[in-house]
Every structure is written in C-alpha cells, then in structure tokens.
Design a protein around this ligand. Structure first.
Ligand code: ATP
Length: 319
C-alpha cells in the first residue's frame, strides 16, 4: 500500500491528535504517502483531502480536540454519499483509510470497505463503549476531568452540608459515571445499565444523615435522566435541600492525559500496520496491553459489558 488517508469523526476526544500524529509519522516512516481528511466523512465527500508532511502534525501531541476537525455527516449514511467518498479516494490513488472515532464512525467505515476502500478504525470516544478494546482514546482524560470537578463540588457540598447531584456524559454507557462515582466517593451512581430505585437512594441518604454525614454526592449518567429530574424525583422521598451541577462539554475538552497520548500513539501506528498487512474492516484495540484487531461486524452486534463489581464496590464503600 502506497497511499493512505486519515480522518477523525463523531464526538471529539482528547488524544485524537496523538493518534493522527502517529498515523502520519508511522506511514511516512514506512515510506508511504499520507493524506489528512478534514471534517470527518464530510471531507471525504467534499474532497477536503490534503497531503500531509511530518511537520503538519508537529506540536499536536499535547492538544485536546482534533485539528482535523470532526463532524457528523448525514450524507455518508446514503449509498450515493459513500460512493462519492470512495470515488474521491480512488481518484487520488488512496487505497487505505484510518478512521478515528466511535462505533458510529466504525459503521460508516464498514460500509466504505464494502466499496473497495481498505479501512481500519481507531477507537476514540470518551464513553469507552467500543467492543474490541479495553479502553478508548479520550476516556482516561475525561474520567480525570470529571473526578477533578466532583472533588471541587465536594468542597462546597461539605461546607454547606448539602446533597449535590452531578450529571455526567453517557447516553447509553455508564462507564464514565460508574468509575468517576467510585473515584470521587459518590454515595449513589445512576447508570443506564442498571435500575436504581429512588426510594433506596433516599433511604441511603437518610441513613447517612442519621449517622452524622454532612453531605452526599449523587452521580447520574445523562442517559438515565437529567440532574434536575433526579432532584425532583428525590424530593418525593426525602426532605433535603439539593443542588445540581451539569458538567456538560467541559468533560470532552482539555489536554490529553499521558495514558491517552500513549494509547493514541500506539493505536494510530498499529492501524497503519494493519493496513500494511492488507487488513480491512477491523478496529484496532488494546486488550490486556496487547494490540488486537476486531472485525467491525463483531463490534456492531456486541455491546460492551459494564463491570457490575465496580457498581457493587462503590455501594459498599460509600455507605
Ligand atoms: P460518538 O458516539 O462517540 O460521538 P461516533 O463515531 O459513534 O462517536 P456517530 O455520530 O454515531 O459518532 O457517527 C459518526 C458518523 O459516522 C456519522 O455522522 C455518519 O456520517 C457515520 N455513520 C454512522 N453510522 C453509520 C452507518 N450505519 N452507515 C454509514 N455511516 C454511518
């Protein structure tokens, strides 16, 4: 393979830049030409594709977001859109593509591989919800950002002896809420994968108050309910003053942690290796510190399992 391209797609994640840098530098190191596609799949369709040099990824490894820009692209969900993308790549003689993004991005890449473009995915999403890798690029940074924010909220919660409800990202996956809740010592964690009864939450808070606890922290994944709704529901079972905090996009930004830079570098370079080996329709990943490749079809039909032991542990420790 002589020419490959790289793009970032879906929600941005800290460490995407490290992954792009790795793809570009590894490909050039191995004697290939490499192209950067801007604005995700939109850039493929609109021919926003430029040849990259070693210097184009300089001073990038420590930056959050993605300098290639990311986008959601409705046109790529259509047959015509994808055909245009494939034609544009073929016209430039580009045989392989590395897509950096979440599972939606993988699905798009799978469709493209059926049109003859060899595609490899690199898992980057703060949600850590992609099958085929123990951890996704961006997760570690986001988790640390959330825990840092909750620590600050805890100071206020203690000073004013209040219950705080903190809403964190996670539409379908409770991974961030679960581990942030454990790391921040939250009394209750609501995740989409589990049903937690509000009466039980109220009982736990009351038990805490009875033994002299000054504050409570409740972490709720956005996919379960909003912090506001949670506060209103809780008020039906216990008469306490609550405050809410919605962390929002602050969770996605910021410079990538060392772990995310290492992961981005390893998986980006590995994706190039996979293309060199003639692989296509697979996502790069890391499992027990070993690099692995998993078929997109497998990723599509399996859901990442959450670790129930973490949930139970957080309950035991925050009593
Ligand atoms: P995240 O969910 O972490 O934000 P993601 O990669 O899952 O990241 P999506 O918005 O689901 O984000 O997908 C990114 C893009 O991939 C979509 O805007 C669309 O262009 C393309 N895509 C997603 N699913 C498909 C599909 N089934 N067929 C073709 N293209 C798709």
């Amino acid at each position: 393979m002589r020419k490959i391209a790289v793009l970032t797609s879906g929600g941005d994640a800290p460490g995407m830049n490290a992954a792009v840098r790795a793809v570009v530098r590894k490909a050039i190191h191995d004697g290939m030409e490499v192209y950067g596609v801007s604005h995700g799949y939109n850039g493929l369709i609109n021919n926003d594709i430029k040849k990259m040099d070693l210097g184009d990824v300089g001073d990038m490894i420590h930056r959050g977001g993605t300098f290639l820009y990311s986008a959601r692209c409705e046109e790529f969900r259509t047959e015509e859109g994808r055909q245009r993308a494939a034609d544009n790549l073929k016209a430039l003689g580009i045989e392989g593509l590395v897509v950096i993004g979440g599972d939606g991005t993988y699905m798009g890449a799978g469709e493209l591989s059926r049109l003859g473009v060899k595609t490899v995915g690199v898992p980057a999403t703060i949600d850590n919800d992609i099958v085929g890798t123990d951890v996704t690029i961006g997760y570690d940074t986001a988790l640390n950002t959330i825990v840092d924010m909750i620590d600050r909220i805890r100071d206020t919660a203690t000073s004013h002896e209040r219950t705080f409800i903190i809403e964190v990202m996670g539409r379908d996956s409770g991974e961030l809420a679960l581990n942030a809740g454990l790391a921040a010592g939250a009394e209750t964690i609501f995740i989409p994968e589990r049903n937690t009864k509000m009466e039980d939450v109220a009982e736990r808070i009351q038990a805490g108050l009875d033994r002299g606890k000054k504050h409570s922290l409740i972490v709720v994944a956005e996919g379960v309910m909003s912090a506001e709704y949670c506060s209103n529901e809780l008020a039906k079972y216990i008469n306490i003053e609550t405050r809410i905090s919605v962390l929002g996009h602050i969770q996605r930004g910021g410079k990538p942690s060392a772990s995310d830079r290492v992961l981005g570098s390893r998986l980006g370079a590995y994706a190039v290796n996979l293309l060199q080996d003639g692989r296509s329709g697979v996502g790069a990943g890391i499992s027990k510190n070993e690099l692995t490749a998993t078929d997109f079809t497998y990723v599509r039909v399996h859901d990442k399992q959450y670790d129930n032991s973490i949930y139970l542990l957080s309950k035991e420790l925050s009593i």
